[in-house]
Design a protein around this ligand. Structure first.
Ligand code: CAA
Length: 257
């Protein structure tokens, strides 16, 4: 399917979504969010896809919500339309999603990256929540997710001043999993996604669900959830295959069963 604001590719069992509004540094317009959500729906429903990568261009992952579209919004309108809530489709993906970020990831762009399961950054990546400079605050989870990633002090400074952090600072602060040379970003993201997609798909989905629990519940409840899911995995043929393959010194051939 052809979209107006994104490019969609399939690389074996990996779905790749490239945000593609170069004229606006991939600003997240309502059309782009609609296109992104439709592509995510497609990959979620496709049994042949085991992992999804979202990336932007060399210059920008996304420079935030579309300010030109947003500047005339009203309070009743944003309230009635529940503006931003539709952006959260990516957080409901059951399959793993990687954000591959080069260039600017600002405002909603930084927030979209943080909604993914982890962020792989190019050495050119720059992250920030500059909304305060526009007379508003982050509205797609920035005050909440950035604080969980980097702690109160740095999140507070970023959200109150709107300054950007570079890739090295983002890695030190725990915002990104790794930094790679910009020229290698998409290839590296596809490689990592390919590793994940080669695992047992239901197990990878359960790993994701369990890690996410750690943000939503107490340690005791999270451990209990993990234990029950781990025990249930002994009902998967993929557990038999994975462990037999180890003993027989061969690579496993998972069947997602
Ligand atoms: N919305 C709409 N258009 C945008 C945009 C945005 N968020 N960011 C950039 N653009 C447009 C620019 O207006 C410009 O278009 P024109 O050529 O028509 O003027 C084009 O993209 C290129 O941008 P610049 O000329 O500004 O490029 P630059 O390299 O000089 O600067 C930048 C890059 C520092 C990222 C700068 O564009 C910028 O500050 N952008 C806005 C960043 C921002 O404030 N984001 C937060 C948005 S609010 C938000 O996201 C709310 C939320 O929490 C959901």
């Amino acid at each position: 399917m052809a979209y107006e604001t994104i490019l969609v590719e399939q690389h074996d069992a990996v779905g790749l979504i490239r945000l593609n509004r170069p004229e606006a540094l991939n600003a997240l317009s309502p059309t782009l969010i609609g296109d992104l959500n439709a592509a995510l729906d497609g990959f979620e429903a496709d049994r042949g896809i085991g992992c999804v990568v979202i990336t932007g261009s060399e210059k920008a992952f996304a420079a935030g919500a579309d300010i030109k579209a947003m500047k005339d919004f009203t309070y009743p309108g944003t309230y009635i339309d529940d503006y931003i809530t539709s952006w959260e489709r990516v957080t409901r993906m059951r399959k793993p999603v990687i954000a591959a970020v080069a260039g600017f990831a600002l405002g909603g762009g930084c927030e979209l990256a943080m909604m993914c399961d982890f962020i792989l950054a190019a050495d050119t990546a720059r992250f920030g929540q500059p909304e305060i400079k526009l007379g508003v605050m982050p509205g797609a989870g920035g005050t909440q997710r950035l604080t969980r990633f980097v702690g109160k002090s740095k999140a507070m400074e970023m959200c109150l001043t709107g300054r950007m952090m570079d890739a090295a600072e983002a890695e030190r602060a725990g915002l990104v999993s790794r930094v790679v040379p910009a020229a290698d970003l998409v290839a590296e993201a596809l490689k990592v996604a390919g590793v994940i997609a080669a695992m047992s798909q239901p197990v990878a989905m359960q790993v994701k669900e369990s890690v996410n629990r750690s943000y939503e519940t107490t340690l005791a409840e999270g451990i209990r959830f993990e234990r029950r899911v781990f025990q249930a995995q002994f009902a998967f043929a993929d557990q038999k295959e994975g462990m037999a393959a180890f003993v027989e010194k061969r690579p496993p051939a998972f069947k997602n069963a």
